[in-house]
Design a protein around this ligand. Structure first.
Ligand SMILES: [Zn+2]
Length: 276
């Protein structure tokens, strides 16, 4: 889901209680969470949220600049140890979700480094999410470089919002890969010979360094190239779009230890040679 659709959900007061914001850089993740908090708690009519000007929006900022820009219903949990957000800090933070909001109609809880939650801390959060809030709407925003760093149980209860690759893919490089990929797909369309699909997969392998199983950037780059190829190829447009989506999900196959080349070949063959 894109940030803009999540803001639209917040305007309709239909935003999930738990929202994962992943990708981009830490600052962009924080600002996206703050915007969603504003969209949730803004005083204006739904279609005008977030206005950026009302008594809530003006103070829903992070970090607060001074006392004037402090809002008691925006709570942020930051990593308290070198690499971990501890269970003690997390429980203390979660306790504040048991009280009514001070000023706004709800509360916004931001977990700045959700990937660093200790196992116990993540389970405490999960428990809180399972108990519906009694008094007022509350939203948890889980910020993380990659959604795959979070427990599957947390992910399944959350709306996932992708904010873009950390290093935005270079458009020229995307176009180069996309053109080479399209050529292979054209050959496949003419000859229906699987070697062309394997060649297409190996073109995608040039999208970056796939060695680190947790790296998401090369997959994002490959997906961008295939998405752009969809616009060149009328006959295979929907298969290209399907493959682009699968590529964005591919890191979860990759972390199981399957080599990137095999994942790329498997997905490409399945999307193009498989049933439509
Ligand atoms: Zn406002």
């Amino acid at each position: 889901v894109k940030l803009e659709s999540a803001i639209a959900m917040a305007q309709r007061e239909q935003l999930y209680p738990s929202v994962i914001l992943f990708g981009a850089d830490p600052e962009a993740r924080m600002q996206a969470a703050v915007r969603l908090a504003q969209a949730t708690l803004c005083d204006l009519a739904p279609e005008l949220r977030p206005c950026g000007e009302c008594r809530h929006c003006r103070r829903l900022v992070w970090p607060p600049l001074d006392e004037e820009t402090f809002h008691p219903d925006l709570l942020v949990l930051e990593r308290d140890r070198a690499t971990v957000t501890s269970v003690e800090a997390t429980k203390q933070f979660l306790r504040r979700s048991q009280v009514a909001p001070f000023e706004a109609r709800g509360q916004a809880f931001i977990i700045a480094s959700a990937e660093s939650l200790s196992g116990e801390a993540a389970n405490a959060l999960l428990k809180t999410l399972e108990e519906p809030p009694e008094r007022a709407p509350r939203h948890f925003f889980l910020l993380t470089p990659s959604q795959f760093d979070l427990l599957p149980t947390l992910r399944s209860r959350s709306l996932e919002i992708f904010l873009g690759a950390s290093g935005r893919p270079d458009p020229e490089a995307v176009e180069k890969i996309s053109a080479d990929f399209s050529n292979c797909i054209d050959c496949w369309q003419r000859e229906r010979d699987t070697t062309h699909l394997l060649a297409a997969a190996s073109v995608l392998e040039s999208a970056g360094d796939f060695k680190d199983p947790r790296a998401t950037d090369p997959w994002v780059m490959a997906a961008a190239a295939v998405r752009s190829a969809a616009d060149r190829s009328e006959g295979e447009r929907s298969r290209c779009l399907h493959l682009a989506m699968e590529l964005l999900d591919a890191p979860q196959i990759r972390v199981r230890g399957i080599p990137a080349r095999r994942v790329l070949e498997g997905l490409t063959v399945r999307c193009f040679a498989g049933p439509a």
